[in-house]
Ligand binder design. Structure first.
Ligand code: RIB
Length: 303
């Protein structure tokens, strides 16, 4: 049986307009380019795992609406070679995101969670019935918080490490932190969770210490083009310089890749380099899932 990585989370259809800059409130700007593409933090992370872990098994658990976007999601996930356990909400629409990207690749995102918001704790527990023996469970925060907590409890019961990407950030219950092997906020999310403005290595270390004080085993704070800070290595890992076109799903690519590298038993330093390389490729291409690289696109140091 190949190593398995489970991902529980959201699936969205992203409608993106790329323009020179983001409009101000009340302003209309024209001249942009439109892209319709698959997205959602959970589904993006699952696609990253499936493309970067061809020798492994990828299991995605999520919820869609009874509509065209939901049907397309199921077909696309099957094409990616993953096992998609997609529940269907008879009332809510499939998740949708409206995304604006500026000339530097920075974005603003507004999400209508739809069916993602009705994935229940019991459904998560049931769909994780065979979690035992998995290498990791990846979670994010675009599904109900009670569902995320229940999934983490199930992972604890199954002795499977949980990686939580706390995006989009919101306050977390104290009981969740001790269930986490890794938490991977970006700098804004780290600040929202800890109150520490993360601006450099020292403040990243202070924010990480607060999260570890709450019971998380390891903390990795992503810092965009500056790289990431990791509690396990105790240092900043600078990112490779690339020409960014669109940063949507860069964090998701990083998280999926990092889980793959850990599942392959790579040491921390190497796991971070692997995730950074995958994320660097993703920002050079438009769209969420269309931008996520396949394993053969990574350098030969990661055969
Ligand atoms: O992390 C990027 C994702 O956030 C997009 O694909 C969008 O769907 C939102 O969920």
């Amino acid at each position: 049986m190949p190593a398995s990585i489970y991902i529980l989370g959201s699936t969205n259809t992203d409608m993106t307009i790329r323009n020179e800059r983001l409009p101000l409130p009340g302003e209309t700007i024209s001249g942009g380019v439109f892209l319709l593409a698959a997205g959602g933090k959970g589904a993006n992370q699952a696609v990253a795992v499936a493309r970067l872990f061809p020798a492994g098994r990828t299991v995605f658990i999520g919820k869609v609406g009874k509509d065209l976007f939901g049907e397309e999601t199921a077909q696309r996930m099957a094409r990616e070679g993953m096992e998609a356990r997609l529940l269907v909400d008879p009332v809510q629409a499939s998740g949708t995101a409206l995304i604006l990207v500026d000339g530097q690749g920075q974005n603003s995102i507004s999400v209508a969670l739809g069916a993602n918001g009705t994935l229940s704790p019991q459904e998560a527990w049931d769909q994780l019935h065979d979690l035992e023996g998995a290498a990791a469970l990846l979670l994010q925060l675009e599904t109900p918080l009670e569902t995320v907590c229940r999934a983490a409890e199930r992972a604890k019961q199954a002795k499977v490490p949980v990686l939580l990407n706390p995006a989009p950030a919101r306050p977390l219950p104290a009981s969740l932190y001790p269930l986490l092997e890794w938490i991977t906020p970006n700098e804004r999310e780290a600040e929202q969770l800890t109150g520490v403005a993360v601006t450099d290595e020292g403040s990243a270390a202070r924010a990480a210490a607060i999260l570890q004080g709450r019971g998380v085993a390891n903390v990795l704070i992503t810092l965009g083009s500056r790289g990431c800070w990791c509690s396990a290595t105790g240092r900043l890992h600078p990112a490779r310089r690339v020409e960014a076109v669109d940063c949507v799903a860069a964090g998701d690519t990083f998280n999926g890749a990092f889980a793959v590298a850990l599942a392959e038993g790579r040491p921390w330093e190497e796991a971070i380099a692997f995730a950074q390389e995958a994320a660097a490729i993703s920002v050079t291409r438009p769209g969420a899932q269309p931008s996520i690289p396949r394993r053969e696109e990574l350098s030969p140091r990661f055969p």
